[in-house]
Design a protein around this ligand. Structure first.
Ligand SMILES: O=P(O)(O)OC[C@H]1O[C@@H](O)[C@H](O)[C@@H](O)[C@@H]1O
Length: 916
């Protein structure tokens, strides 16, 4: 962790990451993790402010013009503006607990004499007054770049902007860019429009493309150990892909060596359509470069099978045994998950029986990897198809794949839908060979080693295709500016940072928590479909009534229609607030965000990273709120909120009654319900209901839960240590019971219903387990449950109001990773566990703590019997038993009457605890 000022260069280090920024253009000239440099800088690059020649490489800031701008207001401005040509003021650098930060500033004072600045000003008939600042935050695996422009004196200031990022790759031949498929681009060389149909865009010639991105979504640069994920704020809707190739490089004086075009590719997020910024307002953009934190790969597999003359039969079991690799719920994965599968078939092979194959277990789901070979008429194997199938959360159609064979690249979906059929069609001798690839025990022949590279874009959990629609929350593009009206009176500049000055971060109506603002801020960066991985199987926008996953149509799915963006990420939680409640940023749940990275471990700062509404606990609040959500900082709320308020105009949980006060956890107690929101690293967040109860004073517990606000109307959330849960109470609740339910290891999410009269049974949603689903019960469901689909490893929850005895139950399906919740009208309890079940009766609430993922809990009340069971394999749970009914007046009353029963269950031992 360090900052070093070396002339014009500011060097930052944080953990395994290092970065360097030149004052010249505030150009990031290095970003490396574990010594792997991700940015290309030409050997001949100028990086000093003594020259105006911009850095050839790194990440210059292109402003205020892109290229030779076509915009009238920027016509006189030189190529790519002047910001990269001038020395910026180095404002400050600081080493913070969880990241190291450096801030640079460029104002009209700094560049007032620059010719291009004067040309720009000439259009407005007066010297433009502006302030452009860029902050670089270096995290252990990421660099976060935030730029803010403030227009100080022009009624409508028009500009273009671009992060001109040169990514260093070992070889451009072996590099793919994902996330561009379906987007229209202008080929700036041929001056023609095309649509990129390639899921894995590859550069093999001089390229200068300007994409208009339909939706904000991450873009991955996949290049072996140099993989980087780019996530940009949705107002950076343009993306340039540029490589000068040989002929272009030869003409660029400061590109050395000339062959270096083979070792970089520019992938540049920007806004080049012309942004108009009203007087006194701020424009804010963000770009995150993340290096995958965890690379989970299958071990190298070298098969040396010598089967002589006969067809070899490759036993699937062997593959399984040798290459099983688990991605556990606790594994933190940012960025593409790269699975390099080397299949070096030295003799012959390959067709595996369908249903067999490699298994990669990830997040409770299982991945079957199957290899198929296609043989041509001469018996030569022409290609190998890798199919990833199997049950569970890891859905084939949501995976992408690169086949290393003959440079073929596939979308897995294509493989499954088309290639497999093709395989079938091309196996005329399948009877003879006993090969039916769709139902075979397969054998195939090949004469050379194969190496397959499978790239599984993955973040947090395994990332589905990002084919979700944009959230559409970006404000309408401004109209083109008219030349300034000379008669227009000079308006005094209001201070920058006016509330909602930045339309990106305008909170939702009535949203109480900052998270809501976050949801608006980066809506589509993390597509809603991510949610299903953590428990929201249905893609609400797609097929609300579909029954493809075994989830009953019209029940849970219907919920998702109403709350399409809620969801939870693996290892985290997310909630969808009701209309009037505030809570975590729903759209951002998942991926790098939304909930709680910290439930995975030690990086609470990453909680809100690019995302969700989260509360930070003592550590690292700033990042929590980065581009995102609500937070409740505990020890350093100022830093927390200040950062958010300053940069993002967050309201959220950091704002009390519209002021910029920052709420720490303790402040939650006093928060008005309209504003309160909570959440914490490691745990859950709750928001009280606007129309209902008092704010939940306990929201925002580390490693824990939300606790009852009132015992008659308990709004209860539970989280397991190492996981989290959240809930949003319902609106207009008029009966007791749970509003929320528990989370399982990994996470939970839930949707309350609006205006539901019934108790928790109808309100609660089950927790979800990593890789499995949760559910939101159906509207006005009095009795019911949602079960899991056995084949999908889904989680399920049960909400019931079964009898006068207030008995509720939950069920477990064997082999399922499930979450269950039990909701009893009076028991107010929900829990969900991995491979365990919680069951409760009685009149009490309970909180529990479990360590590790497999935990169980139970509770019982004085007036009814209950029991808790623990089916966990290796963990323990804590059961809380109330001996008497606590006083409804005393929100904490239950605490005093608890008897805690610690129950250990070790490796298969089933412990049952009864109490009455
Ligand atoms: O040589 P410059 O000014 O840095 O520009 C490099 C390239 O930058 C890209 O952003 C443009 O799309 C290209 O057209 C341009 O050639």
């Amino acid at each position: 962790m360090s900052v070093e000022v070396d002339g014009d260069i500011i060097r930052l280090a944080h953990g395994p990451a290092t970065a360097a920024v030149s004052k010249l253009g505030a150009t990031l000239i290095s970003f490396a993790v574990d010594g792997n440099e991700h940015l290309y800088v030409s050997d001949a690059a100028n990086v000093a402010t003594t020259s105006e020649r911009p850095v050839r490489g790194g990440m210059p800031v292109v402003f205020p013009a892109f290229g030779k701008s076509y915009l009238e207001s920027l016509k006189g401005v030189q190529q790519h503006g002047f910001a990269r040509n001038v020395g910026w003021e180095f404002v400050i650098a600081e080493v913070l607990d969880n990241f190291t930060v450096a801030r640079f500033k460029l104002t009209h004072n700094t560049c007032g004499t620059h010719k291009a600045y004067r040309e720009w000003s000439a259009f407005y008939g007066r010297p433009i007054e502006f302030e452009l600042s860029t902050v670089f935050e270096l995290h252990p695996q990421a660099v976060v770049v935030k730029t803010e422009l403030c227009n100080l004196n022009i009624p409508q200031l028009e500009f273009q902007f671009l992060y001109h990022t040169y990514f260093r790759v070992p070889s451009v031949d072996d590099m793919y860019i994902t996330g561009l498929q379906g987007n229209k681009y202008l080929d700036r060389l041929a001056v023609k429009y095309h649509v990129d149909t390639d899921p894995m865009t590859k550069i093999g010639e001089q390229t200068d493309r300007l994409y208009r991105l339909q939706s904000a979504q991450p873009v991955d640069i996949l290049s072996g150990n140099y993989n980087v994920r780019l996530t940009a704020s949705p107002n950076l809707q343009d993306l340039v892909v540029w490589n000068p190739w040989q002929q272009g490089a030869a003409a660029i004086g400061d590109m050395e060596p000339k062959t270096s075009y083979r070792h970089f590719c520019c992938v540049e997020f920007g806004a080049v359509d012309g942004v108009r910024l009203p007087l006194g307002q701020k424009w804010f953009v963000l770009l995150v470069l993340i290096r995958p934190l965890v690379k989970v790969g299958l071990d190298e597999m070298v098969l040396e099978l010598k089967f002589g003359e006969s067809w070899p039969v490759l036993l699937a079991e062997r593959l399984f045994v040798q290459h099983e690799k688990h991605v556990r719920p606790g594994d933190l994965v940012l960025g593409p998950l790269v699975v390099d599968l080397f299949v070096e078939l030295k003799i012959q092979l390959v067709l595996l029986a369908a249903g067999d194959g490699l298994k990669l277990q990830a997040g409770g789901g299982e991945l079957d990897l199957r290899l198929f070979g296609i043989r041509d008429v001469d018996g030569e194997v022409q290609e190998v198809l890798v199919c990833i199938g199997g049950a569970g959360a890891l859905r084939p159609k949501n995976w992408r794949l690169v086949g290393g064979i003959r440079e073929r690249t596939y979308l897995l979906e294509e493989l499954l839908s088309w290639k497999v059929e093709k395989v079938a069609g091309e196996l005329p001798n399948s009877d003879r060979d006993g090969l039916n690839p769709l139902n075979p025990v397969g054998v195939w022949a090949a004469g050379w080693p194969w190496k397959l590279k499978i790239l599984l874009p993955c973040c947090g959990v395994l990332l589905p295709n990002t084919d979700c629609p944009a959230a559409g929350l970006v404000s309408e593009p401004p109209e083109k500016p008219n030349p300034p009206d000379p008669d227009e009176p000079e308006v005094g500049a209001p201070p920058c940072g006016l509330p909602n000055a930045n339309p990106l971060f305008e909170p939702n109506e009535n949203a109480g928590a900052g998270a809501a603002a976050a949801a608006v801020s980066l809506p589509a960066v993390l597509p809603p479909k991510v949610n299903w991985l953590a428990g929201f199987e249905a893609s609400p926008n797609e097929n609300p009534d579909a029954d493809e996953d075994g989830v009953e149509a019209g029940a849970p799915n219907a919920e998702f229609v109403e709350a399409p963006n809620a969801g939870a990420a693996a290892g985290s939680a997310g909630l969808e607030p009701n209309e009037n409640s505030g809570l975590a940023a729903p759209k951002l749940n998942g991926l790098v965000s939304a909930g709680f990275w910290s439930c995975l471990g030690a990086e609470p700062k990453l909680n809100g990273f690019v995302s969700a509404g989260l509360a930070s606990f003592p550590a690292a609040p700033k990042l929590n709120g980065l581009a995102s959500g609500s937070l409740a900082g505990a020890e350093d709320p100022d830093a927390n909120g200040a950062d958010l308020a300053e940069s993002l105009d967050f309201g959220g949980s950091t704002v009390v009654d519209g002021s910029d006060e920052v709420g720490g956890v303790s402040d939650l107690v006093d928060w008005p319900k309209e504003k309160a929101a909570a959440g914490s690293a490691f745990s859950s967040g709750l928001a009280p209901n606007v129309n209902e109860l008092d704010p939940n004073p306990f929201a925002g517990f580390a490693a824990s839960a939300g606790l009852p606000r009132e015992l008659e109307k308990v709004n209860f959330g539970v989280s397991v240590f190492g996981s989290s849960a959240g809930l949003a109470p319902n609106e207009n609740m008029d009966s007791c019971g749970l509003d929320g339910s528990a989370g399982s290891a990994g996470s939970a999410g839930l949707f309350p219903k609006e205006n539901e009269g019934a108790g928790a049974a109808t309100e609660a949603a089950a927790g979800s387990f990593f890789g499995s689903s949760g559910l939101a019960p159906n509207e006005k469901l009095d009795l019911g449950c949602a079960g899991a689909d056995e084949n999908e490893n889904e989680g399920f929850g049960v909400s019931s109001d079964l009898s006068p005895n207030n008995f509720g139950g939950s069920a477990v399906l064997p082999n399922e990773n499930f979450g269950a919740s039990v909701v009893l009208p009076n028991a107010n309890f929900g829990a969900s566990f991995f491979s365990s079940v919680g069951l409760s009766t009685g009149l009490v609430s309970v909180s529990f703590l479990s360590v590790n993922v497999n935990a169980g809990v139970g509770l019982t009340g004085a007036d009814s019997s209950g029991f808790s069971t623990f089916f966990s394999a290796t963990n323990f749970g804590l059961a809380a038993v109330s001996k008497e009914e606590p006083s409804p007046e005393d929100a904490n009353g239950w605490l005093s009457v608890l008897e805690l029963n610690l129950i250990f269950s070790v490796n298969g031992l089933v412990s049952i605890f009864f109490s009455g």
